[in-house]
Design a protein around this ligand. Structure first.
Ligand SMILES: [Zn+2]
Ligand SMILES: [Zn+2]
Length: 255
């Protein structure tokens, strides 16, 4: 399975885009502004979105993606996430006020946006493997995703503060090669990190012990413009043996 990062930042400001990853050509993890880089033909091949949570930087382009399917007679999209997240998406995005309710259009039986609830531990079959919903600890209901391809596996934390269950879970995955983890705050803002359910380097460092030694850590959710300073800060605090890189649009992985 091929993974293409379309965006992995916490905000916008060229060249940054917010979170959206393309799995092969038919599945998205999150639907932030990164998805706007795809051409119409590519957008029409998207069959499903694995959504971590309902914050706008992760789901804000979902209405526009649905609109492409509606406008071009596309097959529509299935959105997989927790019930609370799907309720928020329906109530605040597809509410008939700020955007048409594509969860009931063109018909309630076969809408352009199909909301498919799941719980932590549930799986979604993908064309090139399998996705499993993972625990997370954010300011609102949120999940991460484990993506298992034919040879390797990737774990994405979504937006989360320290969540030992996430790290315990992924440490049991023998094929784990890449961990995509958010670090939103530096260590001068630990209080904000705790309050808003985000990670800072010294909150993450103690959780990394169970990781396989060869696993590659990719840092997501950095503030546009702050990346060089943050990466220097992060590398100074995380264990020196760890392979740590910034996750950004254009990065690809083969699982
Ligand atoms: Zn976010
Ligand atoms: Zn968030």
């Amino acid at each position: 399975m091929r993974v293409t990062i379309l965006g992995a930042s916490s905000g916008i400001g060229r060249p940054a885009h917010t979170t959206s990853f393309l799995l092969d050509d038919n599945t998205l993890i999150d639907c932030g502004t990164g998805v706007g880089s795809l051409e119409v033909a590519q957008l029409l091949r998207i069959e499903r979105v694995l959504l971590t949570h309902s914050h706008l930087d992760h789901c804000g382009f979902l209405p526009l993606l649905a609109d492409v399917h509606a406008g071009h007679n596309g097959p529509g999209i299935t959105v997989h996430s927790q019930q609370a997240t799907l309720n928020a998406v329906k109530q605040h995005l597809f509410n008939g006020v700020i955007w048409p309710d594509y969860t009931t259009t063109p018909s309630a039986e076969a809408p352009y946006v199909r909301l498919q609830p799941l719980e932590v531990g549930d799986t979604v079959a993908l064309s090139g493997g399998m996705a499993t919903a993972l625990p997370a600890a954010h300011s609102i209901p949120a999940i991460g995703w484990l993506i298992e391809g034919e040879w390797r596996a990737l774990a994405f934390s979504g937006d989360t503060g320290p969540c030992p269950a996430f790290w315990q879970w992924i440490s049991q995955v023998p094929s784990l090669s890449d961990v995509l983890c958010e670090i939103t705050y530096d260590d001068d803002h630990l209080e904000q990190a705790r309050r808003y359910g985000h990670m800072a380097p010294s909150l993450l460092a103690p959780l990394l012990d169970p990781l396989p030694p060869a696993a590659h850590l990719w840092v997501s959710h950095l503030d546009p413009g702050e990346e060089p300073r943050m990466m220097q800060h992060i590398r100074a605090i995380l264990p020196p043996h760890l392979l740590v890189e910034q996750l950004k649009a254009g990065v690809t992985m083969e699982l």
